[in-house]
Design a protein around this ligand. Structure first.
Ligand SMILES: Cc1cc2nc3c(=O)[nH]c(=O)nc-3n(C[C@H](O)[C@H](O)[C@H](O)COP(=O)(O)OP(=O)(O)OC[C@H]3O[C@@H](n4cnc5c(N)ncnc54)[C@H](O)[C@@H]3O)c2cc1C
Length: 423
């Protein structure tokens, strides 16, 4: 167990959230974890602390799973793996590849822990790729009583427990669907003209198994399109000059001007899935390092109108912006997943770490995105009206009921949940 950090208060990765918690409990065994949960009246599981919102905060204790013995057990049929929930994707993925299996997708960074990423609906990109949580087949939970509960896809409320913002229990192990391992090549295309992007958005997003468009909302067009293609499918490399862009001959960082050494290998060199699907390497600082992030998921059918609405704000958006990223995500059935029930476009903003400049722009963005029922990423900075946010989730009431039933004494509650998922 860890006392408060000697070098100051507990903060998240970005440093924009100072946790109200005074300590992080770090059990070394499942027995110890269960005892700690049973004895606590206010506690909240913490992953790797990469969320920019106050989702992980608590006025009680934080509970880290990082001290538990790691577990990676691939099923004998090679179709699933059961892992300890506190592992980071970057620790798990090479072991899976070694065992001949792979996940369907990854987020932009391998640094985040599995339970923390699942809890907020973290996603990568790809028209056919659901959020990372869509790979979950089963969860082992520790309830407020300290008891363990195993739930799987046959449990009626399972879709409410996978993306649950830490509201229903401490996830200690996760069973994830896997597939035979595969290789990916990553190619960057520079300077996609605005008209080409507007008129061919579906083609651009379908150009690979995972595609990211990076833009600073320059009216002339998008600065970079990152295309990641599996080598085991019907791979069709995009030619130089594709839609008026140019194929990059050297590695890029999503933020122009930043060194590319933190990014995963590009320029078409083939490599295992986990060394290409994330944008950033585990042993480097991901993204800009000093930043805030915001992201909204909208229905894919609204993509053109949403991009036009955000583009119209470019003079306000650009000054505090480092870069925006556009990704596609397949629909799912997880009650609180931002991609619940709709094929989605994710519109992401990496901001300079300047809240006074960023927050008014976030408010302006939310003004133009409200008519589209935009769902903010739970782990990023947003200020969406709680009622309006709840109205975008058809199963919000069921998720609230699940929270009340599984946590009757509000052990796992916090201000964030009381605002966006009130009991
Ligand atoms: C540089 C950077 C890049 C990012 N890129 C992406 C991206 O590509 N795609 C994307 O969707 N998001 C992205 N994010 C956001 C990030 O994936 C989410 O905020 C994610 O939730 C962080 O995981 P974490 O382990 O740090 O969780 P934390 O922030 O520690 O916790 C998040 C939530 O998970 C809960 N939780 C943690 N552990 C458990 C547990 N064992 N049981 C139950 N609940 C638990 C916490 O209580 C909290 O509610 C990025 C963030 C950063 C900083």
């Amino acid at each position: 167990m860890t006392a408060p950090g000697a070098d100051g208060p507990l903060r998240n990765w970005a440093g924009n959230v100072t946790f109200a918690a005074q300590r992080v409990l770090q059990p070394r065994s499942m027995d110890q974890l269960q005892e700690l949960v049973a004895a606590s009246s206010r506690l909240r599981p913490l992953g790797s602390g990469h969320s920019f919102s106050r989702v992980a905060d608590t006025d009680g204790d934080l509970l880290s799973l990082a001290g538990l013995p790691p577990r990676v057990e691939v099923a004998t049929d090679g179709r699933s793996v059961t892992v300890s929930a506190g592992l980071r994707y970057g620790e798990l993925a090479p072991q899976l590849h070694e065992a001949g299996v792979a996940l369907h997708n990854l987020g932009s960074l391998p640094h985040i822990c599995i339970a923390g990423a699942l809890a907020t609906g973290t996603h990568g990109s790809g028209d056919r790729n659901g959020a990372l949580a869509t790979a979950v087949r089963a969860l082992d939970l520790v309830l407020p009583s300290g008891e363990q509960l195993h739930v799987d896809r046959s449990t009626a409320w399972f879709p409410g427990a996978v993306v649950a913002l830490g509201s229903v229990g401490v996830v200690t192990a996760v069973t994830l669907e896997v597939q035979p391992t595969y290789d990916v090549v990553q190619v960057i295309h520079d300077d996609l003209p605005a008209a080409a992007m507007r008129d061919n958005l579906d083609e651009v997003l379908a150009a690979g198994d995972s595609v990211s468009i990076f833009t600073t909302w320059d009216p002339r067009g998008a600065e970079q399109v990152w295309v990641k293609q599996r080598t085991d499918g019907d791979r069709r490399p995009m030619p130089d000059g594709w839609l008026g862009s140019r194929t990059a001959k050297a590695p890029r960082h999503p933020v122009r001007g930043m060194p590319a050494e933190a990014t995963t290998e590009q320029v078409g060199v083939r490599g295992p899935w986990h060394t290409r699907l994330p944008h950033f390497r585990l042993d480097h600082t991901p993204s800009a390092g000093e930043e805030l992030q915001t992201e909204y998921l909208v229905d894919r059918s609204d993509a053109a109108a949403v991009l036009e609405a955000v583009g119209a704000l470019h003079e306000r958006v650009r000054p505090p912006l480092l870069v925006s990223e556009l990704r596609s995500i397949a629909a799912d059935d997880l009650w609180l997943s931002p991609s619940y029930g709709r094929e989605s476009l994710a519109v992401h903003f990496t901001w300079r770490p300047e809240p006074d400049a960023v927050l008014p722009v976030v408010e302006a963005l939310e003004g133009v995105l409200a008519p589209f029922g935009a769902r903010p990423h739970w782990g990023k900075v947003f200020g969406t009206d709680p009622g309006a946010l709840a109205a975008t989730y058809p199963r919000h009431d069921l998720a609230r009921r699940l929270r009340r039933e599984l946590d009757p004494d509000d052990v796992f509650g916090n201000e964030f949940l009381d605002t966006y998922l009130p009991r």
